[in-house]
Write a protein that binds this ligand. Sequence first.
Ligand code: HEM
Length: 514
Amino acid sequence: MKIDVTKESPTINITAVIFIFLPSLVLLFKLLTDRSRRSSSLFPSPPAVPGLPLIGNLHQLKEKKPHLTFVRWSAEYGPVFTIRTGAFTVAVLNSTDAAKEAMVKRFSSISTRKLSKALTLLTSNKAMVAMSDHGQFHKVAKHCLLTSVLGSNAQKRHRRHRDTMIENISNGLHTLINNDPGRAVSLRELFVAQIFSLALKQAIGEDIQNVYVEDLGIEMSRIEMFNILVTDPMKGAIEVDWRDFFPYLSWIPNNTLEMEIHRIAKRKKAVTKSLIDGERKRISSGEGIDCYLDFLLSGDNNFTDEQVISLIWESIIEAVDTTNATTEWAMFELAKNQDCQDRLYREILDICGTQKITEEHLPKLPYLNAVFHETLRLYSPVPIIPLRYAHKDTQIAGYHIPAGTQIAVNLYACNLDKNIWEEAEKWRPERFLETKYENIDKTMAFGSGKRACAGSLQAMLISCAGIGRFIQEFHWKLKEGEKNDKDTVQLTTHKLHPMQAYLHPREVILEKTP
Ligand code: HEM
C-alpha cells in the first residue's frame, strides 16, 4: 500500500515520527548494543524479570516499597536479577555476598551515580558527600566531614551535645508523664527536636530558634526551618519524574513537578544560606566555635559558596532521620518484648548501678549493643542504597554486568537473608551473643566498602546511649493497639505512626549529673 504523504500536514508527520518511531529506534538500538555487549563476555547475564515493551517493569514497581517486591522476585529468579525501568537496566542484588562483592571488590567500576532530575536539583548537582561520584570532591568533602563532625576524634569533641540531647529527652519524658500520668506518650517528637538541635550545633556552632531568611524576605521559626531543611527535601528526593526513565523524551515539559522541586531546592538553599551568613559574622569577629562551617571556611578547600551551602545542609538532613527511626524501632520492640526489656534493664543495673548510663559504659553492655544491631538488621533504615551506576563492564556474582547498568543493593533483603539468619523475620537480639554469629558482619545497614556510612559512629553513640537511658529511667509498655506499621516514608523505613507507650519511672533513683 502506498501512503500519500502529501495529503497529511507536516506537523502531524513530525509528531508521529517523534512519538512512534524515535523511541522505538532508540530502544532497538539499545537492545542491539546491549546484546552485542553481552555476547562479548564470558559470563552469562543475570536472569531478567519479564516486563512490558518500552516501560519494562515500571508498572510492577508502582508501590513505594520496591525492596519488598525485589525480595519476592529473588525467590523466583535468584539473589541477582535484572529489571528494566524504561530505558534503563537495573541489576538488583539481594544477597550479602553479591552486595559486598559489588560495594567492595567491584567498587571501582560502580563508583558513580546517575541522579534523577529531582535529586540533581536538590543536591546542587551532587555537591554533597553521599551523592557525589568517587573523585576529588568526594575525597576532600568526606575528609572535612569526618575530621570536623563524624570521625571518632570529632565525636569526642562534640560529646557534650549528645549528652545534652539525651538529658533533654529524658527530662521531656518525665515532664510528659508528670503532666498527665497514665497517658501514653510518644518519643518521636522529643527525639527529632533534640537531634535537629544537635545537628545545628555540629553544623553551624549553635542551635537557632528563628532566622530571618533574606532571600525569601521572611522570619522563620524553628519548626518551619525543620520542614524546609529536612521534611520537604526528603519528600522531593523521591518524586518520580517519568522523564527520568525515558531520557529521550526529556524535552517534554513536566512543569508542575519541576516547579515544586525548584521551590523546595530554592527554599532549603535560602534557609541554609541565612544560617551560614549569621555564623559568618561570628566567625569574622574571631569567635571560634568547633563546627563544620568553621572547618569548611577555614581551610584551603576552595569550595564554592554553593558547595558550602549544600555540604552544611547535608550534615543536618542526614543526622536526623535514620538515627530517629532506629531508636524508635528499638524502643518499640523493647516495649513489646518485656523479657528483652528486663534483660537489658538488668544488664544496665549491673554495670551502671545508680549512675546514669554514659558512652563510657557502652562497651560493657553487650546486650544493649545486640539490641541496636538487631534493630538495624530487621528494620534496615535505608532499605535500598541509592542506585549506583556501572561506568564500565564488570562482573557480580558470576554474572556479566555491562557498562550503563544501574545497581540496586537491596540491604533489606541482605539483612533478612535466610541463608545467614535463622528466623530472620524475628527480632531476637540474643542472636548476636551466640557464637555462630560471631564471625558474621552484624549488619549491612550502613553499607560497606569505601562509601559505607560516614555517620555510623554518631548513630551508634546516640542510639545506644539513648536506648540505655530510656530503659534505665522508665519501664516501657506498648499502648493497646500499637502495631508494627513498618512503612518506607520518604527515603527511610519509619514506623508509620509514632510509637505510643506507657512509661513508669523505675524505682532506682539515678544520681544527679555533677
Ligand atoms: C542508623 C543510622 C544510619 C544508617 C542506617 C545509615 C545508612 C547509610 C547508608 C546505607 C549509606 C550508603 C552507603 C553507600 O552508598 O554505599 C550511608 C551513607 C552516608 N551516611 Fe549514613 N546512615 C545512618 C546515619 C547517618 C548519620 C547520623 C549521618 C551524618 C550525620 C550519616 C551520613 C552519611 C554520609 C555522609 C554518607 C555518605 C558516605 C559516602 O558516600 O562516602 N549517616 N548511610
